[in-house]
Design a protein around this ligand. Structure first.
Ligand code: LER
Ligand code: MN
Length: 278
């Protein structure tokens, strides 16, 4: 079954993450997500040990929500931490924080930690940066695997990253890293910029058994239905390709953070029904 989530940030994140949704306190965000009919929340965190983790888990549970993933995007957007940071001390803190996101995901019974902007940019030549990234992700997967957590690596468009833009190059990289717990997060917004088809990247990732997670955002990064992307074809590909994971709204809070959340679910739920995947 495909389930719907939306990205919200936890209170310790030092700045507003530009693709986080909903307004109010963390508890209010959870209540709004549940009231809108979302199945879960994607939790953007930067430093989980600072949080009341037990309280958060209890709130999420009491509202009947699940945690779709713990997201690392806030590390880069709000905390200045990236895995390939040229400053080795920052890179080391970033890796330790990744381990804490894995622990947090395990605690919240989430099976995915996302790796998008958090990987950082190439330092020196791309080949050695990818080699380093592969080593770090393999080591993190070794920690994550016994906890039932998988890492979902996201191809990013050329304006936001300089490593791994397309699904096929990210898949080749993942196959080289060669860990069962490393797979793909495909974000419609990045697909629209980098790929030659809306559906072929999803088919390729599904055929390889590596599609772990999916982000939703239209070509202008507004809610689905507010732009040009053919979401019906994407949903049909996912549904008929046997995708059993989450679709998570990770997009600009336009026209405002609450309406963006509402517009997304009002557009996507019926479309899942139309492709016989409700
Ligand atoms: C950034 O554009 C993005 O799509 C996030 O998922 C990155 O972590
Ligand atoms: Mn994304």
């Amino acid at each position: 079954m495909i389930r719907l989530a939306l990205a919200i940030q936890t209170p310790e994140v030092p700045k507003i993450v530009p693709v986080a949704l909903l307004q109010g306190s963390f508890e209010e965000k959870l209540r709004k997500a549940a009231a809108l009919g979302y199945d879960g929340v994607e939790i953007i965190s930067t430093n989980p040990p600072e949080l009341d983790q037990k309280g958060i888990k209890a709130q999420i549970r009491s509202l009947g929500l699940q945690v779709s993933a713990v997201a690392s995007g806030g590390m880069a957007f709000a905390a200045g931490l990236t895995l390939l940071n040229p400053d080795p001390e920052i890179a080391s803190v970033a890796y330790q924080r990744l381990l804490s996101l894995i622990d947090f995901a395990h605690f919240l019974e989430a099976t995915v930690v996302t790796i998008g902007t958090f990987r950082g940019r190439a330092v020196g030549d791309k080949a050695s940066s990818l080699q380093r990234l592969g080593e770090l992700l393999h080591a993190a997967c070794e920690v994550a695997a016994p906890k039932g957590v998988r890492l979902a690596l996201e191809p990013l468009n050329r304006f936001e990253g300089d490593l791994l833009h397309t699904v096929s190059e990210t898949l080749a990289f993942i196959e080289q890293v060669d860990h069962a717990n490393l797979g793909l997060l495909i974000d419609t917004f990045h697909v629209n910029i980098e790929e030659v088809s809306y559906t072929q990247p999803y088919q390729q990732a599904l055929a390889a058994g590596r599609l772990f997670y999916a982000h939703l955002g239209d070509n202008n990064r507004r809610p689905p239905g507010q732009g040009l992307i053919d979401f019906k074809s994407i949903l049909a590909t996912l549904c008929h390709g046997g995708y059993q994971g989450w679709l998570s709204a990770e997009l600009l809070p336009l026209p405002d953070p609450d309406q963006a959340a509402r517009l997304t679910i009002e557009y996507i739920r019926p479309l899942l029904g139309e492709v016989s995947c409700a």
